[in-house]
Structures are given as C-alpha cells and as structure tokens.
Design a protein around this ligand. Sequence first.
Ligand SMILES: [Zn+2]
Length: 291
Amino acid sequence: MAIVNAKEILIPATEAKYAVGAFNITNIIQMEAVVDAHVEMKAPLIIQVSVTPSKFLGQDVLAAVYSTIAENVSIPICLHLDHCREVDYCKSCADMGWTNIMIDASRLPFEQNIQQTKEVVDHCHALGGISVEGELGTVSGVEDQVVVAEDASQLCDPEQALIFIEETGVDLLAPAIGTAHGVYKTANPKVDFERFARIAEMVNGKSARVPLVVHGGTGLPEDYVRKLVALGGAKFNVSTDLKHTWIDAVHTYISAHRDEYDPGKLDVYARNSTKDKVKEWIALFGSAGKA
Ligand SMILES: [Zn+2]
C-alpha cells in the first residue's frame, strides 16, 4: 500500500534537501513509465496531471489506475491535479481519490487567491489525507489552462507568502521565482535564488512546515536545479521534457518502422524512452533510494 499525499513525502525531502520529482503525464503508458523509473531507483513519486488530460482520460479512470498501481509497488506515490483554476473540479478530484490538489488562483487578487485556496484546503482536509498546493505570484509560460506572458509575471512576495500560508492552511507553496513553463528562450533564465532562499528560511527555517514547489523544471541548467533543491525546493515539476520525449520517441520509432503495424512495439519503445529520461531527473533530484 503506497498511496500517499504529497506533504508526507515532501517533509522528509525538505529536511534532507532532496527533491521529489513531480512528472506530468498525458496518457497511461507515460504514467507507467514514470512509475517504472521510480520503482527501479527506489524513489518517492508524484504523478501529475493537468486539467485537460485529466478530463480527456477521466478523473475517475486516473484515480482507479493510480490506486491499482500504487497499491502494488513498494514506493510511495501521490496523484496530483496540476494548475486547476476551478474550485469545484479540485473538489471532485479530491472526492475521487486524488491525493494532492493544486488550486491555482495565482492570477486573482491576493484576497481572492486566499479565499479560493482556503475553500479547497478546507474540503480536502475534511476528507482526510489529501494535501493542497497553492501558488503565489505568477509562473510565466504556458501550462495547460494557464497562459501568462513573461512580462506579466510577478514574483512571490515573501511576507505575503507567510500571510497566505497562515490564512489558507495550504500544505505546499509554489512561489513564483522566475522559473517558467514550456521551453526557456535563454540558456541562463533569470531565477531569483535569493528570493527563494528568503521564502524557504521564513517558511521552513525552524522546521519543515510547508514544502516548497518549483515549477518549470524543463530546460533549467542542472546547477540551477541543484541549487534550488539545496535551498529547499522539495517538489520539482517536470512537464515539457516528458512531452518532448514522448513525441520524439514516437516519431523516431515510426520513422524507422513505417511498414510495421504493431502498436505494442511502439508503446514499449515510447515507454522505455520516457523511463530513461525520468531516471536522469531522479538522479539530478537526489531522490534515488529515498523510498
Ligand atoms: Zn506549473
């Protein structure tokens, strides 16, 4: 039985300074590939699904597949709803057995962000065993429902972060620090490490209370990732890299086997390609052997 919420695997990560990878999947084979990689490397895992693929695949189907897989492996696994802007949809996923919910009200005025986040927190905590992630400031780029221009992005204010945590009771905080969704247009994206360090110190300085989340892992230089993990980034989101890996693998396989009509072989190739890619991230996050 390895069904867990995000907070329970992220508190030890925060204390021991490693990150748990949170990988966005858009189909079941990807989900299995992500699990395979983590089982082989004995690492805790957060499976993430954005709103659009969750509606396409079915929130109930995903919850059922998740619980079946999680109950049959030795590592702890969390199923996370990513960047959801609909309070009711957040609640319904929690009702169906998703174990971490991200209500993204970060583009609303501060008071409304607090109000919506608190509503989801209250619902999830009443159900028991479900943690909630909130976002403060705006992560730029494209993430499923959420499209934000880079110049419109606002970074997270550390003082507001404390108020946000106190007033909402949120379990995980995603502070905007300059990382972005999609593909970075520069080799050296502007990441505000000092701001992140200040938030980590204020929130988790005495003891780990509210693990911090880094969005936009794809394309960040490896030394940036290591630095953010060392500063207290406990949940590290990877989405775009898995999408590219999947599309490239399918394209490569079909290009080389255009006359073959065996979907199973294509699936195995794409699954293994994804697994190999995920293993690179696990090594970078330092989470191998932590499950
Ligand atoms: Zn994100």
